[in-house]
Design a protein around this ligand. Structure first.
Ligand code: PLP
Length: 446
């Protein structure tokens, strides 16, 4: 049998250096919460392929649906010869995404492609050019989405020039902005938009409800509603990039719901946390989704108000593979699995197990400056003790110690000093517990 070492040699000779991997081990098979490499070693999965395999790596419904579809037809191109599963995914997204109004969806292959299309649609519908994004934002690696992404290294370095009419304003980052309230942070950002861009030029504000690659930054309460309210009054659109936060990851169908974002009609029963009732209600005009949507198959979408989505002329949106039938079959099966197993509740359970343990760890380890996140999207930010000075070296060393002990963790953040945890939502308690023990051990030995 081929070993990881042999595969790594082949890879180095064949795969472009610019494509990195977190670990040097090569996967043989994977299930709900563990990966087994070709050397027979088991890894506990706190990464989910970057928040993708929420239903697990080989969810039975997804496997069956894809098998059934692959035997019927693999591709016709929806723009050439349409099929039911694409329509069914659009119906499902229209029902689940925030907002009780009439919606339409369009399907794509990757998150970056969904964000690009949301911008195309917003510009077309408003007739305006400017796109407002935030510090620490991550929206992808294509030319337009690189312009929207904040961090230079490794995403943008020497890849410019970038697309124009993208304007960056300060984020609400409670650990680093001196405790500004959500409304104060929004006022700071929107003042810059008014002064430097001009409200009348803004097509869309694009925001991650909880930032992903940028460091699992949870904005202060009131930040998102204030942005959405401003956008509505300025004739601009509010686009929620739920690519990492969507599909039960944060303990509700979509992360906007935690902040008073009105759940979709199909999302009201499962997934809404009672403590979030009674907040000022608002809705994003467009929502971008990808990652967790299809159990690991490549699929992405833009969903939003019917009149905005339908503003674009026929033929203006699409792509050869967008809404591929295998990906659509997988998405319908993955979403059915989320409903059947109530994975929003599973994410809240993971939070209830992990959060106290991370807080206890932070209480005895001064290098943990902040513990944050929602549901199964949790992180610790590593700093020089007693300061907010980022310490990426320790974050990397703890992550490496986890890897040596068989726990797959990821780092993130503008300063590379955030350890993030994204277990599959179907992970069982004993596996979660084993992962937490390895993490605690890694902190005590690093
Ligand atoms: C991952 C991610 C993207 C880009 O998705 P790809 O499928 O990698 O193109 C965009 N926005 C957010 C919030 C993401 O987490």
């Amino acid at each position: 049998m081929t070993t990881s070492e042999e595969l790594h040699k082949r890879r180095t000779a064949a795969v472009a250096r610019g494509v990195g991997s977190v670990i040097d081990s090569y996967v043989d098979h994977a299930g709900g919460g563990t990966l087994t490499d070709v050397d027979g070693r088991e890894w506990i999965d706190f990464a989910s392929g970057i928040a993708v395999t929420s239903v697990g790596n080989a969810a039975p419904r997804v496997v069956a649906a894809v098998r059934e579809q692959v035997a019927r037809f693999t591709h016709t191109c929806f723009m050439v010869a349409p099929y039911e599963s694409y329509v069914a995914v659009a119906e499902t997204l229209n029902a689940l995404t925030p907002g009780a109004f009439e919606k339409r969806s369009a399907l794509f292959n990757s998150g970056a492609e969904a964000v690009e299309n949301a911008v195309k649609i917003a510009r077309h519908a408003t007739g305006r050019p400017a796109v407002v994004v935030f510090d620490h934002a991550y929206h992808g690696r294509t030319n337009l989405t690189m312009a929207m992404t904040a961090k230079n290294m490794p995403y943008k370095h020497r890849f410019g020039p970038f697309a124009g009419e993208v304007y960056r304003v300060p984020m609400s980052y409670p650990f680093r902005d001196g405790g500004l309230s959500g409304t104060e942070a929004a006022a700071r950002a929107l003042d810059q938009v008014d002064k430097q861009v001009g409200a009348a030029n803004v097509a869309a504000i694009v925001a991650e409800p909880i930032q992903g690659e940028g460091g699992f930054v949870v904005p202060a309460g009131g930040f998102l509603p204030a942005l959405a309210t401003w956008a509505a009054s300025a004739g601009a659109l509010f686009v929620a990039d739920e690519i990492q936060t969507g599909f039960c990851r944060t303990g509700s169908w979509f992360a906007c719901e935690h902040e008073g974002g009105v759940p979709g009609p199909g999302a009201r029963v499962a997934g809404t946390r009672p403590e979030h009732q009674g907040q000022a209600e608002w809705v994003p005009d467009l929502v971008t989704t990808a990652k967790g949507i299809a159990g690991g198959l490549p699929l992405a979408a833009v969903t939003g108000r019917a009149e905005i989505m339908d503003a674009v002329h026929p033929g203006g949106l699409g792509g050869t593979y967008g809404g591929n039938p295998l990906a659509c079959a997988a998405a319908l099966a993955a979403i059915e699995t989320m409903r059947e197993l109530d994975l929003a509740a599973a994410a809240r359970h993971i939070e209830s197990v992990m959060m106290p343990r991370l807080r206890t760890l932070a209480g005895r380890d001064q290098r943990i400056g902040d513990v944050r996140g929602r549901g199964a999207m949790l992180a610790v930010e590593i700093v020089q003790p007693g300061t907010t000075t980022p310490d990426p070296t320790t974050a990397g060393a703890v992550s490496a110690a986890c890897h040596r002990a068989g726990l797959l963790t990821l780092t993130c953040g503008t300063y590379g000093n955030v350890l993030r945890f994204l277990p599959p939502l179907v992970i069982d308690d004993p596996t979660l517990e084993r992962g937490l023990r390895i993490l605690e051990e890694a902190f005590s030995t690093t």
